[in-house]
Design a protein around this ligand. Structure first.
Ligand SMILES: *Cc1c(COP(=O)(O)O)cnc(C)c1O
Length: 539
């Protein structure tokens, strides 16, 4: 009996494979892929084929990107330790060679990743900041001074708060300055972490621990958050065994508070929203969600990783910003990245809690180890001292005035760019962004915004940030963009025209891949693709 079913299955399987081969020969890999994922995934063996196709796609993709310049070499031999260490000159040459192939952030061609005020070596800076430097007298020095502070604590370790009192003092001061900036009462406390991811992970971890202590009957805890919440919340939920219930955003890209309310169940343990969300730079209706949190008796985490060090100054300069911080009584925790608009080197973020009753659940303690009593406030055990000193230095060097001055310049540049984008026929800004960030979309079905990004990259040397649902391009504005705003707008207008006149562009390059991804209903497949991608890139 079983044999019989087995045989049938095999016949069926062979038929499937035959038709797939037929498809592959006649229509190419993309069509095959689409058919596989949309129609056949549930059939035996198909999953395996999908895996193979995925692997093939990813290898091809990686080989076509800058990651593998030498396309002839399929696999590179394993790198081992040099027999004899490099000389200083050799080392410097290797580093310079590698760096030479990277984007230079100071040229202002990228729209994420690097948050600097500017280095003294950049002549672009002098153009952009002549006036600013005159006024403030401290601008160009900023990055160099931060680096100096970092170097001064290069090998110090914040693992044990009693060994280096300097680090403890700087950390508590960074937390305190951030809490005050975000209008926290004197009860607000927090920790410095290695970045926004760790801050969000730690907040979720703290709530998870709190729930298991206070409400142990909740076995399947859930977080309610809008779809625009940063994936680090999903990552945290995945790590710590919670589930995120995603709710829609309105046409203005802000969290739909009614939808959040509807999503609350007896399993809900946390509400999350952003100030602002990274995708479009728009602040969620924090006061309304705060109210909801209070009426439901739920804690509320505001992810201000992106805007924590920007929105306070935007608001002080008189721009309209919804109340996004601890002024809302329902907000129980916030995260704010010093290594974004706090202009610190990478590896610094702050997670804050309304009071220690929340924060204490973040701390891990273990008393049974033969090596001694072990306690640790965050993910890392050994914690680099340099990052703490750099964060402290960055905030102290700028002060309120420094922050406000940079913010004013950045907001002016942002507004110039937004107005410029709006003037380009067929383009729009998504929603009404609140700070130094915006997303560009298309108003004309003939203009594929992903194809515009492709042209911007191949012709203009820009690196564009592609987004989906809806298709758009993300831009975060930093000092290095100030001298490039006009060139950006000219190139954007030119690229848009080119895409409009040449429909084929939407079927090529990255635009084609994004187009294909948009048609695939099963996003689990895309996740598999991403996992393959990372496996391939880090070979
Ligand atoms: C950047 C960012 C994060 C994650 O921070 P990392 O520093 O990249 O770990 C989380 N939330 C928002 C809104 C962000 O912009």
């Amino acid at each position: 009996m079983f044999d019989w079913i087995y045989t049938l299955e095999h016949i069926f399987f062979s038929l499937v494979v035959a038709s797939l081969v037929f498809l592959y020969i006649n229509k190419g890999q993309e069509e095959l892929f689409r058919v596989l994922v949309v129609g056949l995934k549930q059939f035996p063996g198909v999953e395996l084929i999908i895996g193979l196709v995925l692997h093939n796609e990813v290898t091809g993709f990686v080989q076509n990107t800058s990651l593998a310049k030498d396309k002839s070499k399929r696999s590179v031999p394993r790198v081992t330790l040099p027999q004899k260490g490099l000389s200083k000159e050799e080392l410097q040459k290797e580093i310079a060679d590698m760096k030479g192939k990277d984007f230079n952030p100071e040229e202002g061609n990228i729209f994420a990743y690097v948050y600097t005020v500017g280095s003294e070596h950049s002549n672009l800076q002098e153009v952009a900041f002549e006036e600013f430097q005159e006024k403030s007298g401290h601008s160009f020095e900023h990055d160099a001074l931060v680096q100096e502070a970092f170097s001064a604590f290069l090998h110090e370790n914040a693992l044990n708060p009693m060994i280096f009192p300097s680090l403890r003092k700087m950390e508590t001061e960074v937390v305190s300055m951030t809490a005050a900036m975000l209008n926290g009462t004197d009860d607000v406390v927090g920790f410095l972490t290695s970045g926004g991811t760790e801050s969000n992970l730690m907040a979720v971890k703290a709530y998870k621990t709190r729930i298991s202590k206070l409400f142990p009957h909740i076995k399947n805890p859930e977080i309610v958050a809008p779809v625009t919440i940063h994936p680090t919340i999903d990552k945290a939920a995945d790590y710590f065994g919670l589930k995120v219930i995603h709710t829609p955003v309105g046409p203005d890209f802000r969290a739909d508070v009614k939808a959040m309310e509807k999503a609350i169940t007896p399993n809900t343990v946390l509400l999350c929203a952003s100030a602002p969300q990274f995708c479009h730079g728009i602040v969620d209706p924090i006061p309304e969600i705060s109210h909801l949190a209070l009426t439901k008796g739920l804690p509320f985490h505001v992810d201000a990783c992106f805007g924590g060090f920007m929105l306070p100054w935007v608001e002080k300069l008189g721009y309209a910003v919804p109340k996004f911080d601890f002024r809302n009584p329902g907000v129980t925790s916030m995260s704010a990245d010093v290594h974004k608009y706090g202009y610190c080197v990478k590896g610094a973020s702050v997670v804050l809690y309304k009071n220690n009753d929340y924060r204490k659940h973040q701390i891990y303690a273990y008393a049974e180890w033969p090596g001694g009593l072990y306690g640790s406030p965050s993910m890392a055990g050994t914690r680099p001292g340099g990052n703490i000193a750099a964060a402290w230095a960055s905030l102290k060097i700028l002060g309120e005035e420094g922050f406000k001055e940079i913010t004013q310049k950045l907001m002016e540049t942002t507004n110039t760019m937004k107005e410029g984008v709006r003037k380009i026929d067929g383009l729009k800004i998504l929603g009404n962004p609140h700070m130094t960030c915006f997303a560009i979309g298309s108003t004309n079905p003939d203009i594929d915004i992903q194809a515009v990004a492709d042209v911007m990259e191949t012709k203009g040397g820009w690196k564009m940030e592609r987004q989906q649902k809806p298709s758009s391009l993300h831009c975060s504005i930093l000092p290095h963009h100030m001298p490039k705003a006009d060139k950006f707008l000219d190139d954007l207008a030119e690229s848009t025209k080119e895409v409009k006149n040449n429909k084929q562009l939407a079927k090529k390059g990255t635009a084609a891949m994004y187009g294909m991804i948009a048609t695939i209903p099963d996003k689990a497949i895309i996740s598999d693709f991403l996992v393959e991608f990372f496996s391939e890139v880090y070979k």
